[in-house]
Design a protein around this ligand. Structure first.
Ligand code: AKG
Length: 189
């Protein structure tokens, strides 16, 4: 099958000073929570903390968890506008993830929920400690890519990337400090 995946990496989307300030603000001001999901019928605490923000009434659901959009933090709203100017796309919600250290992670998945539409544009911003971001092709798991997502970077995922590839953030014993990730999305209400 032809692969029309789009993956663009902007290493210095934010300056170091902007990224430092935003990390500190979000780390302290977001009401982070460690939610529980259902895996094979059993409850599991997710290995990270998260918070979902967006337009009123929007819901984001996965693995039995339903999150209701909370108002955008003002600094997150400004970041959304800056990304929209850069990538010619519009977003109405954002999932914020806090990886407290290398013990926190994100398992293999694709962002392919029906409410994201056919070929979603997803904009992912990293603040804090760099973490490895792994991609593997769905049909042939041996085909892999890796990007070290750095402080202040922006990763754009588009085209049919979510249908052809899965991604993950693996655990790492070497990582001792925190990372915040924001994935801006557009979902239908
Ligand atoms: O933390 C990351 O870079 C990945 C986040 C992610 O995959 C997601 O929110 O779906």
């Amino acid at each position: 099958m032809a692969d029309h995946s789009i993956l663009e990496y902007y290493e210095h989307f934010l300056s170091a000073a902007e990224a430092d300030q935003l990390f500190s603000q979000l780390y302290h001001e977001i009401p982070w929570r460690q939610d529980t999901i259902q895996l094979f019928g059993r409850p599991h605490k997710i290995p990270r903390q998260q918070h979902f923000q967006g337009e009123p009434g929007l819901l984001y659901q996965y693995s039995g968890l339903v999150m209701h959009a909370q108002p955008l933090h003002p600094a997150v709203g400004r970041l959304k506008q800056a990304i929209e100017r850069r990538c010619d796309a519009r977003f109405n919600c954002v999932l914020l993830n806090l990886y407290r250290d290398g013990g926190d992670s994100m398992g293999w998945h694709s962002d392919d929920e029906a409410e994201l539409g056919q070929n979603p544009v997803i904009a992912s911003v990293t603040l804090g400690t760099p973490r490895r971001f792994l991609l593997r092709q769905r049909e042939d798991n041996s085909l892999r890519r890796e990007i070290l997502l750095g402080h202040g970077s922006l990763l754009l995922m588009a085209g049919d990337l979510q249908h052809q590839w899965q991604h993950s953030v693996p655990k790492s014993r070497k990582v001792k400090s925190a990372r915040i990730n924001l994935t801006f999305r557009r979902i239908s209400g």
